[in-house]
Design a protein around this ligand. Structure first.
Ligand SMILES: [Zn+2]
Length: 137
């Protein structure tokens, strides 16, 4: 049961369990296809490039750059009101995968496209599940 002031918590499924379990160990995990070598994120049961099902999990170094971002001033949920203004960004990790996250640890006006960032793992109240986010490197 969540309260209106609780931030949402991911619910891992069979495809995403290794990703979320990795986050709990401060590891950013992603899939690489053993057939064609492509890296992919988010996790799926098939390779998005060649449709092979032979996928392996790898740990990303956790470094990358901001590809795009927006500043949120009006929170989508009351639980995020205290965080505004905050940044939602598309981040390109060095392994060639892109993920959506918050940029933390700096004021929104310090964020720019191309900003080098490092993955961190946010703990949320009421849950043991950590959430991958980034901060300036
Ligand atoms: Zn493939």
């Amino acid at each position: 049961m969540t309260t209106p002031l609780a931030k949402p918590i991911p619910i891992p499924d069979a495809d995403s369990r290794p990703y979320w379990d990795g986050a709990n160990q401060d590891r950013f995990m992603f899939q690489r296809c053993r057939a064609c070598g492509a890296a992919q994120f988010y996790s799926r049961s098939l390779c998005s490039h060649c449709r092979a099902s032979d996928l392996a999990w790898e740990q990303a170094r956790g470094t990358g750059t901001v590809a795009s971002f927006t500043v949120v001033n009006r929170p989508p949920l009351a639980a995020f009101a205290a965080d505004t203004p905050y940044v939602i960004a598309l981040v390109d990790l060095d392994e060639g995968i892109r993920f959506l996250c918050n940029v933390t640890g700096c004021p929104p006006q310090a964020v720019r496209i191309g900003l080098p960032v490092k993955v961190i793992f946010e703990s949320r109240a009421g849950s043991d599940q950590k959430i991958p986010q980034v901060r300036p490197a």
